[in-house]
Design a protein around this ligand. Sequence first.
Ligand code: FAD
Length: 381
Amino acid sequence: MSPPPVSTGGGSLFLAGRRAAAYLAGKTIDYLIVGQGLAGTLIGFRLERAGHSVHYLDAPHQQSASRVAAGIVNPITGLRFVKSWRIDELLPEARSLYADLERELDVQLWYDLPLVRTLFNRGEQNDWLARSGDEGYADYLDDHPALGAIPEVTDPAFAYAGVRHSARVDVRTLVTRYRERLLRQDRLSEIAFDYDDLETEGDSINWTENGRQRSFDRVIFCEGWRSRFNPWFGDLPYGGNKGEVLIVKTQAPLLDRLFKHRIFLVPQADGTYWVGATSHNQWAEEGPSPESRQYLEDRLRELMTVPYEIVDHRAAVRPTVRDRRPIIGPHPRQDGLWIFNGLGTKGASLAPLVSRWLEAWLAGNDNIPGEVKLSRFPDRK
Ligand SMILES: Cc1cc2nc3c(=O)[nH]c(=O)nc-3n(C[C@H](O)[C@H](O)[C@H](O)COP(=O)(O)OP(=O)(O)OC[C@H]3O[C@@H](n4cnc5c(N)ncnc54)[C@H](O)[C@@H]3O)c2cc1C
């Protein structure tokens, strides 16, 4: 095994002295993280930064929500234009953590992009204007947004409204670059986790990979929607919501803002648009479907007035939970097993703060909102 990175005292990802030695000697590693999507990446990064040894495991060639998401951070959502849950706290934490990751990985992840949304009729316009007067909203709602190139590439709408402090996080690049780094450091096993390979023994947890046994203090399951198959955490009230998107190329000027009509047009760093998404609580297949493609193509045809080419069609399942809140915490009876799940439709904005709460809890401080604790579901077997 190649050695893990050892701290140079600079700001980079490290395994501090004793932990690095333990990792090298094949002794107990502090954490095993199962699933390296957004949840696994962010909690792993935080733990490594705090000096813990961490090994990751992620299934190869498996589609994940984090690789399909647009990463939109939208403080005002829904038909009633309400502020997203705890958005005032989420935004500064997100900016700060993604900036740290940008420095660490030497790549841009956070894009400040104003959001323009279509108001389809007088009723929506009135609701929007009424909302602008509500306390705490003035800073987010822009009644006269600049449109940029929107009129050049799309059909005119009844009216437009703007959302400030919106952004896009390039989640796909984040998990891809983080994974490449872990693979170089020999700290990620590219396999589908077999629950039968995990054994608990006293204080430590043993996992056998290809006949080789490793010991861990704790395992954190970050499996996205597949958590329902987990023997320890499978009985939580998961929902699951399948989404599909198109990736589109055009010769016309690329928007320098997010645009929400019936679907989102999201400009990406490579000059393409992310166009989507669909939303289905029931699905037969995880992969792209002809019906959703047709739906997205129809919406795109209604909207765009310039020629375009569809270059990709992607699908994944969002890890939603019935009460729409993330889930973190230890298993009530099995020491050492933890979960980080339920990022739902808003992982890009939720995961930085929720991973901070989880890190604090792992360090012994459970003074965090009860709304995200696993223990809010008391009826578990
Ligand atoms: C179409 C679509 C659009 C979206 N748009 C946005 C958006 O604009 N803004 C936003 O904030 N959020 C958006 N989301 C939601 C966002 O993607 C999620 O909230 C977030 O990425 C979830 O991250 P996760 O790590 O919990 O799960 P995932 O990204 O699903 O990662 C779970 C990982 O665990 C691995 N895994 C699972 N089981 C096992 C096992 N047994 N063994 C090994 N590995 C395993 C999987 O391979 C995967 O890599 C969107 C999602 C979709 C599908």
